[in-house]
Design a protein around this ligand. Structure first.
Ligand SMILES: [Fe+2]
Ligand SMILES: [Fe+2]
Length: 333
């Protein structure tokens, strides 16, 4: 459908515009390959065949396009960083923090019921597969995936809402944003990449998609309205939400290590994940989960810090974003 629309538009353009248009389409497409595994427009479509001069331009662009070119920065972790992630909890400092934490716990309870989440609570229980099977407190690979997909479809909302709200504020107040927008948008993009990675392993049915639609509608509006009133509470809320995400992914990694998720013990990592986090070719699902968990820990620190400094302070993570850019540039050359 999208391809047809693009082709129709293309035929209505004059020759020089076609070249520029194809340039743009292929630039988008190269990224869409990485983001969705589905090209918007095939390189060998008849349209390109009909115009050899445009095909030459497209080929030249594709040769120079790096598969790791992303418009938004994101963290690439060392082995040590991946394994150093800890479960942490920020102490309450005001009633805002208590409100934010209560909201997270309530949301988590609803979410746990919806996804059929269960876990063993004590270390001794965790070491006993017999005890786990007896109490039925064991998540299967499919249950984990269902949980991850729903979680990530919601987790991509706050960064986009925060970035959008600050962008709009900058426009209407005619003031600078001091570096928050890019950090928040790259967080939203990062969460969307988590979602697309898990979608390589499971395609949800229409009922699940219906719940995602409802969840997004409710959460987007609630978060947006709250962000207009108190950005500080919203970032604290996301900080606590990310604490829970780190706990969830840590438990899943523990399950793999304990041999409770046999189908994932040697499952190769999806290509989209290997490209995005620049993982080695022989990476497994466990490596992907380690990278996702490190991202969540990163979001946790970023959002707690943004809540601490308040919405009028400059973004303290601008330096970190610059470090990511420098690292990406160094790896490319
Ligand atoms: Fe995530
Ligand atoms: Fe996150």
């Amino acid at each position: 459908m999208k391809t047809t629309r693009l082709l129709l538009t293309l035929h209505n353009l004059s020759s020089p515009s076609k070249t520029a248009y194809l340039y743009q389409v292929n630039s988008i497409q190269s990224r869409c390959f990485l983001h969705t595994s589905m090209p918007l427009m095939d390189k060998n479509t008849t349209c390109v065949e009909e115009h050899p001069h445009t095909r030459a331009v497209v080929q030249a662009i594709n040769q120079h396009q790096q598969p790791s070119d992303y418009m938004l920065n994101h963290e690439i972790y060392t082995e040590k960083e991946l394994h150093d992630v800890q479960i942490t909890h920020k102490k309450f400092e005001s009633w805002h923090d208590r409100v934010a934490y209560a909201a997270v716990r309530t949301l988590r309870l609803v979410f746990d019921v919806f996804t059929g989440y269960m876990h063993v609570s004590t270390p001794s229980e965790r070491n006993s597969t017999k005890a786990i099977q007896h109490t039925h407190k064991m998540m299967t690979e499919q249950q984990w995936l269902r949980r991850f997909i729903f979680l990530e479809s919601i987790a991509g909302v706050p960064g986009m809402v925060g970035g959008m709200s600050r962008h709009m504020k900058s426009l209407r107040t005619m003031r600078r944003d001091y570096g928050w927008i890019h950090t928040l948008l790259s967080e939203a993009e990062n969460e969307r990449m988590h979602l697309l990675t898990f979608l390589e392993l499971r395609q949800p049915g229409w009922l699940f998609r219906g719940f995602v639609l409802l969840g997004q509608g409710a959460f987007f509006n609630a978060f947006f309205l709250t962000y207009l009133i108190s950005p500080r509470v919203c970032h604290r809320f996301v900080g606590f939400l990310e604490e829970e995400a780190v706990i969830t992914y840590t438990r899943c990694i523990e399950d793999i290590d304990a041999g409770r998720l046999l189908a994932w013990s040697n499952l190769p990592a999806p290509q989209i994940a290997k490209t995005y986090w620049r993982l080695p070719e022989n990476s497994t699902m466990r490596d992907v989960l380690l990278a996702v968990r490190a991202d969540e820990a990163n979001h946790r620190e970023v959002n707690h810090t943004l809540a601490d400094v308040g919405p009028n302070a400059p973004n303290p993570f601008v330096v970190q974003t610059k470090r990511q850019t420098d690292r990406s540039t160094a790896e490319r050359h």
